[in-house]
Design a protein around this ligand. Structure first.
Ligand SMILES: Nc1ncnc2c1ncn2[C@@H]1O[C@H](COP(=O)(O)OP(=O)(O)OP(=O)(O)O)[C@@H](O)[C@H]1O
Length: 274
């Protein structure tokens, strides 16, 4: 079975909640109950994946955590984050979408500068941080390039750099690698883990892939649809750093089987509630 986590592994690291969802539901104006009574603590340093079939509310949950919309019921609490005078938490988040959504007319540098520019930082004042973010994703030599000159994987790296440039504590990633080919995806999975370990972020990662979730995560939240809800949680106790040996190991396969079984149960529960 799985080896014990290393002493400094995030699996057994600090356990304080950075953000807590308490009975969060979301019903859209169309009447769709996208999320029903979701309760989940995201603890500092965790890599949590939300896994489930299409329509189970993964993106809705992520968007609510980002403050892009409000819950219809329940609360999202940031117990360790300062709040402004109106009581709004000063979320320090970065958001990465499935599409890189880069400005085609702007250089890589200017794309990554955007969040700092919106905060009022001039190009000169932002330069060091933009270059630092580009170096993190291995693209500092491409600061002057335009998106059309980049491969799909490079565009996604730029999108990640743009999310990192504000130095967020929480990185929210909505199926960021789903549109990439297998080899690029494996490479970006490895790079993301390396960055996560180095920078000690907290990550919430939405995916459809059992294999990707087991490779990356400390914990996997399996969700079902109609209505969107949490069905099971699976802790992945394999130590980091994880690499190709882990991908080919018996513990990895065992975790994939456990998570795959949970996903099948989620699909069946949703089918019964049709
Ligand atoms: N703005 C909206 N207005 C109305 N319904 C919505 C809206 N956004 C999402 N939904 C519905 O809410 C449900 C959950 O959607 P959501 O996108 O969160 O699921 P998901 O698990 O992320 O799906 P996928 O994996 O396909 O991206 C779906 O039935 C979807 O059609």
């Amino acid at each position: 079975m799985a080896a014990s986590p290393a002493p400094d592994s995030p699996v057994i690291g600090p356990r304080r909640a950075l953000v807590s969802l308490n009975g969060v539901s979301k019903r859209f104006a169309s009447g769709t109950l996208a999320l029903s009574a979701m309760t989940l603590d995201i603890r500092e340093g965790e890599f949590v994946s939300l896994l489930g079939p299409s329509g189970c509310g993964k993106s809705t949950a992520l968007r609510l955590v980002a403050g892009l919309g409000t819950p219809s019921a329940g609360t999202i609490d940031w117990p360790r984050t300062p709040h402004d005078a109106a009581g709004t938490p000063e979320r320090e988040i970065g958001f990465v979408f499935q599409e890189p959504t880069l400005m085609p007319w702007a250089t890589v540098f200017k794309n990554v500068w955007l969040p700092l520019r919106l905060k009022g930082l001039s190009q000169a004042a932002a330069r060091d941080r933009v270059m630092e973010a580009l170096a993190m994703v291995g693209l500092d030599r491409f600061a002057g390039a335009y998106p059309r000159e980049l491969s799909g994987g490079m565009k996604m790296r730029v999108s990640i750099a743009r999310a990192l440039v504000t130095r967020p504590r929480l990185l929210l990633m909505d199926e960021p690698f789903a549109a990439l080919d297998e080899i690029t995806r494996i490479k970006l999975n490895d790079d993301l883990l390396r960055l996560w370990q180095g920078q000690k972020w907290t990550i919430v990662f939405v995916t459809h892939s059992v294999f990707e979730s087991v490779y990356l995560s400390t914990r996997i939240v399996v969700m079902a649809a109609r209505p969107g809800r949490v069905i099971e949680e699976v802790a992945v106790d394999a130590p980091y750093p994880r690499g190709n040996d882990y991908r080919l190991s018996a513990p990895y396969n065992a975790h994939c089987r456990t998570v795959s079984d949970a996903l099948m149960r989620a699909i069946m529960v949703a089918a019964e509630s049709k």
